[in-house]
Write a protein that binds this ligand. Structure first.
Ligand SMILES: Cc1cc2nc3c(=O)[nH]c(=O)nc-3n(C[C@H](O)[C@H](O)[C@H](O)COP(=O)(O)OP(=O)(O)OC[C@H]3O[C@@H](n4cnc5c(N)ncnc54)[C@H](O)[C@@H]3O)c2cc1C
Length: 387
């Protein structure tokens, strides 16, 4: 596996074990039929509990049956999962960073005990409802409302493009609490079997096909007061979850790019044209050298991000830079890898085109490339250019 600057030589024993376990899992349990799942538009549901058993959901949390590993180990895990497919890493990211993290960071002790063990084993599936039909890049404009009634809240609104909503047991829904001054954004744990909740599946995706995506409809849905996340108010709640998830994406996409590169390198050495392997042509070597260099750049960013995170010095703008850079890198690398595979490259027999299609989603979700550009621009100049 490409590790040109020998970064993996510095891994601890624990990190190596996690890498090896995740690599084995992806080779044995994911790669054999992920192409078929992608074609059929299905997520391999049998892997949900298996990923739980292996401790792939929110592994940095200590307690509640979770292993409490370091940030770099978590990044390496995301990298190996996304080498299988972005749908798999999305499953782990949403469950861990977007559902378990807010419950752990902002939830009551009862909420943690109710949900973290079940989500950790995959006995329960969660989803994160922030995006709305009219509010994507600008989630603070959200229209979902929570009105207080005696001992709870009544929720109304709709969320869209929600990973896992059709298979989720619980949704972390962000909405405005109209009972408080300035209607602050608050997080609500909404069990999906409550009256008034609908979770229609979005079909016909041409990207991220091996992942379930849907809507969340909330029509006078009552939740008790104890379902409100007590520890946070305002956009800081959802945005801090997104920073966690984007950290995982910055690592994950390096895995997708690496897998596309490995497929292209093998193919170039195997495929004969004009009396010998296409890998002997300088044009193909230029492509391979450029891909390897860009992936190595992405790896360096990811490793540095983990270092900053473990020192508690990571700013959300750092994560924006890495997410923006690494996703664009993975998109370009998977496209070049697809080229090297010629006609065979457009089939699901090989991974590059599937990774390329997935990158269209990853480029857009968790803050589009453009929005992260504006975040970095605002940080550098002190002048926000969002409006
Ligand atoms: C497969 C998939 C899974 C997803 N999963 C989830 C999930 O689990 N939970 C969740 O809440 N959301 C999820 N999303 C939603 C995702 O986060 C949004 O699609 C994303 O935030 C962009 O919003 P939008 O699609 O409404 O695009 P828009 O915000 O309408 O943007 C359209 C275009 O305009 C550009 N643009 C917008 N504002 C500006 C600006 N100020 N300056 C310059 N350009 C601008 C954007 O960069 C983009 O190119 C998912 C999306 C997909 C595709």
């Amino acid at each position: 596996m490409l590790d040109y600057l020998g970064l993996e030589a510095d891994l601890t024993q624990e990190e190596r074990m996690i890498r090896d376990e995740a690599r084995r899992f992806v080779e044995e349990e994911v790669k054999p039929d992920i192409g078929e799942h992608f074609e059929n538009g299905t997520f391999p549901m049998d892997l949900v509990p298996k990923m739980g058993e292996l401790g792939f959901y929110a592994p940095t949390i200590d307690g509640y049956g979770l292993p409490g590993v370091g940030d770099r180990a978590y990044g390496i895990l995301m990298q190996e999962l996304e080498a299988g497919d972005s749908g798999l890493r999305s499953m782990a990211s949403v469950q861990g960073a977007l559902v378990m993290y807010p419950i752990y960071a902002f939830g009551s002790e009862e909420q943690k005990e109710r949900w973290l063990p079940d989500l950790g084993t995959g006995d329960a599936v969660g989803c994160f409802g922030l995006t709305e039909p009219e509010h994507g890049s600008n989630p603070s404009g959200m229209q979902t409302r929570a009105e207080r009634d005696d001992d709870g809240f009544v929720l109304n609104g709709s969320k869209t493009w929600i990973t896992n909503s059709p298979i989720a047991d619980v949704a972390v829904v962000w909405g405005r609490d109209t009972s408080a001054d300035d209607s602050p954004v608050r997080g609500f744990l909404v069990e999906t079997d409550r009256d008034g909740v609908t979770t229609n599946k979005i079909d016909d995706k041409l990207s991220m096909r091996a992942s379930v995506t849907g809507e969340i409809g909330l029509d006078d849905v009552w939740v008790p007061e104890e379902n409100v996340l007590p520890g946070v108010e305002g956009m800081k709640g959802p945005l801090s979850c997104l920073t966690q998830a984007r950290f995982g994406i910055s690592w994950g996409v390096v895995g997708a790019a690496r897998d596309a590169f490995e497929a292209a390198l093998d193919y170039a050495k195997d495929r004969d044209q004009f009396g010998g392997p296409i890998a002997r042509f300088q044009i193909q070597q230029d492509k391979l050298a450029e891909m390897a260099t860009q992936i190595t750049n992405g790896q360096l960013m990811a490793y540095r991000l983990a270092e900053l995170k473990s020192r508690d010095e990571l700013r959300h703008q750092h994560v924006s830079m890495a997410k923006r850079h690494n996703v664009r890198m993975a998109r370009e690398v998977s496209r070049t890898a697809r080229e090297i595979l010629g006609g065979n490259g457009i089939t699901t027999d090989y991974s590059p085109m599937r990774h390329l299609a997935n990158m269209e989603t990853v480029y857009t979700y968790e803050g589009t490339h453009d929005i992260h550009t504006l975040v970095i621009g605002a940080d550098l100049t002190g002048i926000p250019a969002f409006e």
